[in-house]
Design a protein around this ligand. Structure first.
Ligand SMILES: Nc1nc2c(ncn2[C@@H]2O[C@H](COP(=O)(O)OP(=O)(O)OP(=O)(O)O)[C@@H](O)[C@H]2O)c(=O)[nH]1
Ligand SMILES: [Mg+2]
Length: 461
């Protein structure tokens, strides 16, 4: 799978920045560096893991491409376990591209997305769960998400899965002895002891991991909260207030927002994708209708809908009609503009609380009731699953699928042990369970699974 190419990519994001980094990995990295880099100090010997100042010069034309810092890192103490070179240039994408192109012309191959991390995995520096943790660190939306990803990079998930694997390997040894000596009279397999080990050391920890995967989804993907209401009720004002920036246009003209606008918000460590939508109404113009369609799509995917009406104008028939189209979703009803209407008035007029729907009064403009709203959002979407904050690891969707299969195999094994099934049949489920765990940590992962995992990376990582 690993080949002997030397690969390179721009590892910093596109756009202007203080510095931009080109990374190279492979046995010829140093040779390529020496071809294009002129160190300021002629005695430079490219000592491993030392940074050298100099210039990148085109070997044919002597044209200076940039003033840079370059570092050579000798295998195996590198990200990929191969020889690695980094060239730190000025952070202009044109400069970076010109140096990268020069390397490619010299015979370096452009790295695939995630290929550096894939090499780290293929060369045995990290297991697959740690490689996936790298993706999580890059894409985490909250501090909590980063914390979890770093735990996983440190091996928290690997170690838990590996402990279960060890137990299964031990159990398999016992069962295999019985298969090898089928004619022995004595019962080699101590079913009770195996059952105990299976329950305590396999099923219990696997179920805990399954539960953690539920939380993993919350931490990784967060939840989607969509603000819905008639035009002009103050949806965009709420988005701006939540984000504490003037992200969306706000105007007293109904139909101001025509597209959906989404941003991430951190509520007590929970990544919340908050979406402002076009006000929904009859008789909208063509563009508005397109916006309304998009709003409907967002509503379909939402974990929670914030249904907003104008507290000053009151809850009207048109609000009720709109509410009916979204009340199959989890809802919070917001009466906005509490700065110009007294809370008591809202209650008396609309009687929401009496009807059983929790009513939250806010002023999006004057930022009143926002802390309580955030708390309500958090409670609505996290509810009883509050222990997600304390979890030490967050299995992802891929892990979860494998965990589900592993638990199913373990439970079949439990049944088999209880009914004294023959050893060769027990061995099948033991092996099945083990294989799922091997796939999680990546010892027996197929190429197409690896492709899916590493495609999630950006270029240069
Ligand atoms: N007094 C008061 N005015 C508000 C409040 N929130 C919004 N407004 C005003 O209501 C008008 C409409 O606000 P927007 O935030 O643009 O409303 P919207 O729901 O996004 O409107 P559309 O995008 O047209 O659907 C603006 O003039 C805001 O200043 C509030 O809490 N109090
Ligand atoms: Mg708006």
């Amino acid at each position: 799978m690993a080949n002997n190419d030397t690969i390179a990519a721009i590892s910093t994001p596109p756009g202007a920045g203080g510095i931009g980094i080109i990374r190279m990995s492979g046995a010829l990295s140093l040779t390529f560096l020496q071809t294009i880099f002129q160190p300021a100090d002629s005695t430079c010997c490219f000592e491993s893991h030392h940074l050298y100042y100099g210039r990148v010069v085109h070997p044919d034309s002597d044209r200076v491409l940039d003033e840079v810092l370059a570092v050579f890192m000798a295998a195996p103490k590198t990200y990929t376990r191969e020889d690695v070179v980094e060239i730190h240039c000025h952070g202009n994408v044109l400069v970076l591209q010109s140096i990268l192109e020069l390397l490619l012309n010299l015979g370096v191959r452009l790295a695939d997305p995630g290929e550096f991390t894939k090499l780290a995995y293929l060369n045995g520096r990290i297991d697959l769960t740690r490689a996936e943790a790298v993706i999580d660190i890059l894409s985490a939306k909250t501090r909590k998400g980063i914390e979890m990803a770093q735990e996983q990079l440190g091996g928290s998930l690997y170690e838990q899965v590996d402990a279960v694997r060890s137990s299964l390997v031990q159990m398999r040894a016992v069962v295999e002895v019985a298969i090898d000596f089928p004619d022995e009279d004595i019962e080699i397999v101590n079913h009770e002891a195996l059952l105990l080990q299976l329950r305590d050391d396999v099923i219990k920890p696997l179920k805990r991991l399954e539960r953690q995967a539920e939380h993993g989804k919350i931490i990784r993907d967060g939840v989607s909260v969509v603000i819905v209401g008639l035009p002009n009720v103050g949806k965009s004002s709420l988005l701006n207030t939540l984000l504490q920036e003037e992200r969306a246009l706000v105007a007293p003209i109904p139909g101001t927002t025509r597209d959906t606008i989404e941003e991430y918000l951190d509520i007590q460590g929970l990544p919340v994708r908050i979406v402002d939508t076009a006000g929904i109404r009859q008789g909208a113009d063509e563009v508005e209708v397109m916006g309304i369609e998009r709003a409907r799509k967002q509503i379909d995917q939402a974990d929670l809908v914030l249904f907003m009406f104008d507290g000053e104008r009151g809850f009207q028939e048109s609000d009720r009609e709109l509410l009916e189209t979204v009340n199959h979703k989890q809802l919070l009803v917001l009466a906005n503009k509490s700065d110009i209407v007294s809370p008591l008035q809202v209650k008396n007029i609309f009687g929401f609380t009496e009807a059983g729907l929790p009513l939250i009064q806010i002023s999006a403009k004057e930022q009143q009731g926002i802390a309580a709203l955030k708390e309500s959002i958090y409670q609505a979407v996290v509810g009883g699953k509050d222990q997600w904050q304390e979890e030490s690891c967050a299995p992802n969707v891929r892990h979860k699928a494998a965990l589900n299969f592993a638990v199913a195999a373990a439970i079949r094994l439990e049944d088999g042990l209880k009914s004294r099934l023959s050893s060769d049949l027990l061995a099948i489920d033991l092996q099945g369970c083990l294989e799922q765990l091997n796939a999680i940590v990546g010892t027996t992962t197929t190429d197409d699974v690896l492709d899916v995992v590493f495609k999630q990376f950006c270029l240069g990582k």
